[in-house]
Design a protein around this ligand. Sequence first.
Ligand SMILES: Cc1cc2nc3c(=O)[nH]c(=O)nc-3n(C[C@H](O)[C@H](O)[C@H](O)COP(=O)(O)OP(=O)(O)OC[C@H]3O[C@@H](n4cnc5c(N)ncnc54)[C@H](O)[C@@H]3O)c2cc1C
Ligand code: FES
Length: 435
Amino acid sequence: MERKDAPPISGLKLVAVIVQTIGVIIIGALLAQVVLFLVSTWHRVTYERQRRTLALELLRCRVEAARTLKVGQEDEKRFWGGFRKFVVRQKVRECHDVYSFYLAPHDRKPLPRFQPGQHLVFKLHIPDTTKPVVRCYSLSDSPTQSDYYRITIKRELSPSDNPDVPAGLVSSYFHNHLQEGDILDVKAPSGKFFLDLTSAAPVAFVAGGVGITPLLSMLNSITEGAATTREVWLFYGVSNGTEHIMKDHLAQLNRQYHNVHVHVCYSQPSDADVIGEDYDHSGRVSVDLLRGLLPSNNYEFFLCGPPAMMDSLTKQLKVWGIPEDKIFFEAFGSATVKKTAAPPPRLADATQVEVFFSKTGKRCQWDQKHGSLLELAEGNAVQIDFGCRAGSCGTCLTAIKAGDVTYMTEPGVAPEAGSCFPCIAIPKGHVTLDA
Ligand SMILES: Cc1cc2nc3c(=O)[nH]c(=O)nc-3n(C[C@H](O)[C@H](O)[C@H](O)COP(=O)(O)OP(=O)(O)OC[C@H]3O[C@@H](n4cnc5c(N)ncnc54)[C@H](O)[C@@H]3O)c2cc1C
Ligand code: FES
């Protein structure tokens, strides 16, 4: 068989191949360098951009913190001790038996910002009463205005089962006698029931009747503030359309803000009330309703309404698994008659407790059925002045001469050291009060 040998590669060709290969390697290396350069430049630019964004964010936070501090310092200077004169600038009818009052400081100096949910304490000199009367009313608008405060008051009628009893003293005075231009004595905003505006936690508000007022302030603060994306639900229960406070305003917020969800319940709708138009649900606000509408139970709950409603809803919320530190509430109740909200906490040796009212020299036995120390005093003809009966106004402040007390609900303002608010206090053991 004939065998053919492959032609030999010439030296020149070999050199050319080697040169080509080296060229390819050099170009590859150069390309790799370029790619590396581009990648590192991209990384550097991205890093620089992120660094600048973070620096800007840090600067923004510092400016915001400085601004908040300045506002806080200015506000601190604007707060006042004791009572300050306010003029009723405007009186506006909201619905049947409910009026809003716009109050401007008589001295025309700017007002401090308050925390949405806080209240004002009023001292009124009502004709035919021997002493000034004290009551609390929640601020019902957002804290952004520095020239007026707004309160919204429902006139308390005589109890339906006892029409001989006079209608609410102070609410009737506000409705029937106070006119634009009248002057009122008002303490600076206070109270521990308020919304933390620095938090973004989703919130669910539950209001009964005129209990909408502090929640309205919270809702307005969220929609008027920078944090308009904070998720907020309002469940508002009233009897029917005649009691539906700020109906148009609430409907407007519901339409305007995707993060705001308003649900109104009428427990006794009238023939004129149309479901789907005037209100959303028949019946009372219940935790079952909340469970059906809220996507989860991961909310902070703020409740305000009659004591009985608060009591039942807080119990049901706990059954639903809401931790106690996520439930905030304020019960308005009535100032003149005792509240029925939470029963006093049980003390181990409650039957043995002696309360000595030293000024009047009265020794009394306290047990659970007496309720607060104010009620014990009243039951034994010991005079202690009161205003709110809710630990909010400070009127009943009484010195403790011996022993100690505990509170059925947290006071809205801190009592002076060595004193207590008998309207919400019960004895911890034997106690002597300066009354
Ligand atoms: C922190 C806080 C915030 C509040 N915010 C608001 C608010 O924003 N808006 C609002 O409208 N209210 C609010 N309240 C309630 C308000 O302070 C008053 O309690 C309410 O206006 C009733 O006061 P009054 O003087 O009109 O009624 P009161 O004279 O105290 O009478 C209350 C009720 O008891 C009845 N009554 C009177 N005497 C007797 C008697 N001997 N026996 C049986 N019944 C009797 C009256 O007919 C009336 O129905 C708030 C309360 C608190 C503690
Ligand atoms: S009556 Fe208001 S704090 Fe006691």
